[in-house]
Write a protein that binds this ligand. Structure first.
Ligand code: ADE
Length: 219
């Protein structure tokens, strides 16, 4: 799967993309990620990508030309299944939607900044608008990293233990996550439930099932 990310602060991705799951997906050739600095397509000597909004109001707005030029170049090289814009007023990102994205071959993700982007970008260049939650961040870069990591761990061959993906709490549609424990058996008097140490697999399975249902009912 190829993902092209368009951003004015490409350096943000160095951290999240250079370790753990995403790094593994890249190293294994399962994910091919290309980060594009929108400023390269900026206007004039100063490579301007933003301007004042028509009609007034504070804040700067992404101009359409740099985004158009960047998208035009990418679209001339291959077809894209989705051209996503990360924005707090987009549709709420979910595990279900991440699952559907894993079937795609090529994605573009545009990260917004400032007050917003010229509406014509949304109307003519973007196919999906995604929010990672009902709060406003300074830009779409961290949300884009969230989306990429969520997809990466679903792609076959990325996780060492694919079972952990299946048992993720959000993958378990009807149940919540059951409580999990590791060593030590007792810490400061807080003990691991005896049933988990019993070695009685059937009873342990029942306990896990019961706790998962309880968690779901409580949520
Ligand atoms: N950009 C700023 N805030 C965002 C959010 N919550 N989701 C997606 N993109 C954003």
């Amino acid at each position: 799967m190829r993902i092209d990310i368009v951003s004015v602060v490409p350096e943000i991705f160095k951290g999240p993309f250079s370790s753990s799951i995403i790094q593994r997906a890249i190293n294994k050739g399962i994910m091919d990620i290309h980060i594009h600095d929108l400023r390269k397509y900026g206007l004039g000597k100063r490579k301007k990508v933003d301007d004042y909004p028509y009609g007034g109001g504070g804040g700067m707005v992404f101009r359409i030309e740099p985004v158009y030029q960047c998208f035009d170049k990418l679209l001339s090289e291959r077809n894209y299944d989705e051209k996503i814009f990360m924005t707090p007023d987009g549709i709420l990102f979910s595990q279900k939607y991440a699952n559907t994205l894993t079937c795609k071959k090529n994605l573009i993700i545009l990260c917004g900044r400032y007050k917003g982007i010229d509406q014509r970008i949304r109307d003519h260049l973007i196919s999906k608008e995604i929010s990672i939650g009902p709060y406003v961040l300074s830009g779409g870069e961290l949300p884009a990293a969230v989306v990429v990591e969520t997809i990466a761990r679903l792609l076959p061959g990325v996780l060492h233990n694919p079972n952990s993906m299946i048992t993720d709490s959000f993958q378990m549609e009807k149940r919540g996550a059951h409580p999990i424990y590791t060593r030590p058996k007792i810490y400061k008097g807080w003990a691991v439930p005896k049933i988990l140490l019993s070695g009685h697999h059937k009873k342990i399975k029942e306990w896990i099932c019961q706790k998962s249902i309880q968690k779901k009912l409580d949520s």
